[in-house]
Design a protein around this ligand. Structure first.
Ligand code: CMC
Length: 426
């Protein structure tokens, strides 16, 4: 199939590429050469930037697949490292492969001891996302032996190091912000239990991981592990397309994720629920969200791709109830506000017509707060989980023989050529 495009008096045939599922794409790579025109698509709403075999989203149906497997099945049956293996290698591991993968990740959990001193340079009140962005970038200075991206072995070692060390760095960012000593990883624990211990253990007391909380957090990590070509993933791919070292590329992804329209939304959603405070104030906020002259938006609602219930939000809502139940939190006013807000928004014409449904961030904040994480850590947890997705996408790009440096074009609307005027004549 091809697409016949007529621009002014020129007609060209552009090839149409078919995916396994989902919409086909018109390959416009030769459009400029043949017509002298670019396409214009700010926000990339109609533009595929790459081919990928990793994640598929059907936003209208509310479907999310990792390597073909529905997120609901993975969240129920897998652990996070099994999901990491699937995203990185394309297949679920056998029992032996899983044991070997867990072992390899576990061996890399410690960070270089000098990283401790790197942390001391931050102000105590620095946002943990600022600290995480910098410390992930700093890994490139500590692990020179895994930054040659043309070497597949080094690529894999860098990938393992990032998946293994990001929980350690995330926990250190938290510990530093509250003035407690860093807790070294404990390799006898599973990935998520180890992370919980690094966050919440103190040297003067025994710390026992609650297995229900650990499983819930592990599931939250699975839900956040990848989401195809979102803003932070596209940032990682673009940074990586120049051949930049992998740690720096992931740091770019962390920086992009921090924005409130992306990963920062979980923090913003919880703050919003706290600000609303009680069920009787909801109508006032719904009114503000609908007012074109008010910049306020319902945080945790709406998505660029999902025009249906975000499948992750459904699992997240169930997890929220499980965690609150396990921790004996019976009457959480924030949960009451969230459930009522969801009920009202889902029946309100404005939200129905614009297909604005709760997204994953709507319930994740309440759950993470109940687990003991402060709001400033929410996006850090998202970054921890998304690291594997960024790496899988980065590797896929580097290993794609058709890969070239990413270089969008522009529609120039500035001044035409003009001559310099001396300062005394301006
Ligand atoms: N509250 C009120 N109105 C909204 C909202 C909202 N949360 N989201 C979108 N709208 C309106 C928007 O004003 C626009 O109205 P109109 O057509 O009259 O101008 C319409 O719905 C379409 O919105 P858009 O901004 O053009 O859609 P987008 O695809 O550019 O933005 C979004 C998607 C997620 C940035 C946006 O829905 C939003 O800001 N949501 C709140 C932040 C949030 O929860 N982000 C987390 C996303 S999921 C996690 C992640 O991937 O990081």
């Amino acid at each position: 199939m091809s697409a016949h495009i007529t621009v002014a008096n020129t007609s060209v045939d552009m090839p149409v590429k078919e995916g396994t599922i989902g919409p086909s794409v018109i390959d416009i790579g030769k459009l400029y050469g043949q017509t002298g025109m670019f396409t214009y698509d700010p926000g990339f709403t109609s533009t595929a930037s790459c081919e990928s075999k990793i994640t598929y989203i059907d936003g209208d149906e509310g479907i999310l697949l990792y390597r073909g497997y529905p997120i609901e099945q993975l969240a129920e049956h897998c652990d996070f490292l099994e999901t990491c293996y699937l995203l990185l290698y394309g297949e679920l591991p056998t029992a032996a492969q899983k044991t070997d993968f867990d072992y390899r990740i576990t061996r890399h959990t410690m960070v270089h001891e000098q990283m401790m001193r790197f942390f001391q340079g931050f102000r105590r009140d620095a946002h943990p996302m600022a600290v995480l962005t910098a410390s992930v970038g700093a890994l490139s200075a500590f692990y020179h032996d895994s930054t040659d991206i043309s070497d597949p072995t080094q690529r894999m070692i860098a990938s393992m190091r990032m998946i293994a060390k990001i929980p350690t760095l995330a926990a250190m960012a938290y510990k530093y912000s509250i003035g407690q000593p860093f807790v070294y990883p404990m390799n006898s624990l599973d990935y998520t239990s180890n992370f919980l211990r690094m966050c919440f253990a103190v040297p003067c007391e025994e710390y026992k991981v609650n297995p229900i909380v650990a499983r819930a957090l592990d599931r939250i990590f699975i839900l956040h592990a990848d989401h195809e070509q979102n803003a932070s993933t596209s940032t990682v791919r673009l940074a990586g397309s120049s051949g930049a070292n992998p740690f720096a590329c992931i740091a770019a992804g962390v920086a992009c994720l921090w924005g409130p329209a992306h990963g920062g939304a979980n923090e913003a959603a919880l703050k919003m629920l706290q600000e609303i405070g009680s069920v009787d104030r909801i109508p006032e906020y719904i009114k503000r969200a609908k007012d074109k002259n008010d910049p306020f938006r319902l945080m945790g609602f709406g998505h660029r791709v999902y025009k249906n219930y975000d499948p992750r939000a459904k699992i997240m809502q169930k997890t929220t109830h499980e965690v609150l139940g396990e921790l004996g939190i019976k009457d959480d006013p924030l949960l009451d506000v969230a459930m009522e807000l969801e009920r009202i928004a889902l029946s309100d014409d404005y939200f129905v017509e614009k297909k604005l449904y709760p997204n994953i961030d709507f319930y994740s904040g309440i759950t993470l707060k109940a687990m003991g994480f402060p709001t400033s850590m929410f996006t850090v947890l998202f970054a921890l989980a998304r690291t594997v997705g960024w790496i899988a996408q980065w590797k896929e790009m580097i290993e794609d023989p058709s890969q070239r440096i990413g270089r969008p074009r522009q529609l120039y609307i500035g001044e035409r050529k003009r001559d310099y005027i001396a300062v005394n004549q301006r």
